[in-house]
Design a binder for this molecule. Structure first.
Ligand code: ACM
Length: 550
């Protein structure tokens, strides 16, 4: 017998190495970085994190170094000192800005792990941060535990990674209007986006069911508009056959200006841009409930307790446009984002058709109809934001009344809007319902899932989404900035509900927006996802297990 005694182990190791090329070596943590890096080559050997390990950082990336030190401390119990220059021989993590790596782009990085050091080099601080996200995912998943872990060796496999994103817009939208989401959860959500190297947090702050941002000049927006007396129970469809049922429970909440600034700062440290959304002219009922003069009728409105599309939209008077400019002025004081989202979706024109004021406005402006009036409305906002050095982004309905010259389109009703806008030379963010609406069910058997809005969007469909439609000519594909997942919260009353709908589909979307198309492979993603889900468990994320609700 040749396979006997102790000699079997080296032989087995050789067989395993031959079966699995090094960069797919199935060790628990070795190939489990999400999103998958562009290039990754494992070598033999391990770097061992130890109490004396130091972090050596350039002055431009001290913030990134301190974030990493803070992240490594709870589980390991090691407080890694951050220094400006290396002490010779000490095991170290180096973070270095390296202008020669400019070919990796604004967010790319190179991570080199040897037995003696971990070196992250990048042309910009964002790349250093993303390198450190990969580093965290090369460590055992227990690194994410917020309390001391014993019995785990804090080792990192020797590896060389060269990595950069495919798209510049990688993100998620969180609707904090339909259900208010506490500030601490918003931070946790931002941390999760950052772990996946996503860089855009679109914060849906106003809608019919609640206005969530304090505006100093118009205090009633939150005194009145942030609170509804109750919420619909079950689905809207129930209304057709029976009387709607309400829960009788008041719901509300809002972010003070300081809260919002704190979120912006928190996101900024994690290289995430916060894109605020202030809806207009539709989805405005909460604002009209606060300031009735913004509406089209004399009816006194309440903050909406039901879901769906409300006919109560802003009136198109000059005074309303000036009110919205005031609101956007305060929004720009809080949010440094280049992009400001002004909604634009589902503005039904029933009231504009019936309103003498709106009709007079159409005449006065020489417009054809109500769609052109919305086009005018959006153009005014576009001019206002452009003059302040910002850029308007809106849902694809903003195409309908003639696209404002500097507007960027968020394509949600399929890809059509995105294709038309890109062909016309406008930037677009792809957010089509069929691939990115994370409020859709994760199983065909909806009855076994928590109540949702409807429809079906499984993980593999999200994973295999291709954000550049073939209909966009090659010269114009650069206008596709990227993609994002949508978390509309009509049926997500709590952060735990949001987590269930967001993960793991948002992890799949991180790979759609980061990883080169030809490197994506769904079954291999599922292998890495096993480890990723361990991390999410440790991070107390209520993700949906692949085999259904727990
Ligand atoms: C949308 O889903 N109404 C943008």
């Amino acid at each position: 017998m040749i396979c006997c005694g102790r000699s079997v182990f080296p032989l087995m190791a050789v067989v395993v190495m031959l079966l699995f090329p090094l960069d797919t070596f199935p060790l628990d943590r070795q190939a489990s970085i999400i999103p998958k890096p562009v290039q990754m080559t494992f070598q033999s050997g391990l770097f061992r994190l130890a109490p004396g390990t130091i972090i050596v950082a350039d002055s431009a990336v001290l913030a990134e170094a301190h974030i990493l030190a803070r992240e490594l401390e709870p589980a390991t119990g090691y407080w890694l000192e951050v220094k400006r220059s290396a002490v010779s021989g000490a095991p170290r993590i180096e973070m270095k800005i390296d202008p020669t790596l400019v070919k990796l782009g604004e967010e790319g990085y190179r991570l080199t792990v040897t037995t003696k050091s971990i070196v992250i080099r990048a042309p910009k601080a964002a790349g250093i941060y993303y390198g450190s996200r990969s580093l965290l995912q090369l460590l055992p998943p227990e690194i994410f535990r917020q309390a001391r872990v014993s019995g785990v060796e804090w080792t990192v496999p020797c590896v060389q990674i060269e990595d950069y994103p495919r798209f510049q817009w990688r993100g998620a939208m969180l609707d904090a209007s339909r259900h208010f989401m506490p500030k601490e959860f918003v931070k946790k959500f931002i941390d999760l986006l950052a772990l996946q190297k996503m860089n855009s947090f679109h914060w849906h702050l106003t809608d019919d069911q609640g206005w969530r941002l304090e505006i100093k000049k118009y205090p009633k927006l939150t005194e009145v508009g942030a609170w509804r007396k109750e919420t619909l129970v079950g689905h809207l469809e129930h209304r057709s056959s029976t009387e709607p049922k309400f829960d009788g429970i008041p719901h509300g909440g809002f972010y003070t200006r300081d809260d919002a600034r704190e979120i912006v700062e928190y996101a900024h440290e994690r290289h995430i841009n916060v894109v605020p959304e202030i809806e207009m002219p539709g989805h405005a009922q909460a604002a009209i409930a606060a300031y009735p003069e913004l509406g089209n009728t004399a009816t006194r409105l309440e903050v909406s307790p039901i879901w769906g599309i409300s006919e109560n939209i802003f009136n198109p008077k000059e005074s309303t446009i000036l009110f919205l400019e005031d609101v956007l002025t305060e929004v720009m004081e809080i949010f440094p984002s280049k992009f400001i989202h002004t909604g634009g979706d589902e503005a039904v024109k029933v009231q504009w058709k019936a309103s003498p004021d709106a009709q007079a406005r159409i005449k006065e402006l020489g417009l054809k109809d109500e769609e052109e009036l919305q086009g005018y409305f959006t153009r005014r906002m576009d001019e206002f934001l452009t003059a302040k050095g910002r850029r308007l982004i809106g849902w694809d309905e903003i195409l309908e009344g003639g696209l404002a010259p500097n507007a960027t389109v968020m394509s949600w009703r399929g890809e059509k809007g995105g294709i038309a806008a890109a062909k016309a030379g406008h930037d677009v963010v792809m957010a089509p319902t069929d691939y990115t609406y994370l409020d859709y069910y994760q199983s065909k058997e909806a009855s076994k899932e928590p109540l949702g809005i409807g429809d079906y969007l499984p993980l593999d469909v999200v994973y295999n989404y291709e954000p550049i439609p073939t209909e966009i000519p090659a010269d114009f594909t650069g206008h596709v900035l990227g993609s994002q997942g949508q978390l509309w919260t009509e049926y997500m009353a709590t952060p735990k509900n949001v987590e269930y709908m967001a993960f793991p589909r948002l992890a799949a979307l991180s790979e759609v927006t980061w990883t080169p198309r030809e490197k994506k492979d769904y079954s291999e993603f599922l292998t890495r996802l096993e480890t990723y889900l361990k991390r999410l468990t440790i991070l107390d994320v209520n993700y949906r297990a692949l085999d259904g609700p727990k």
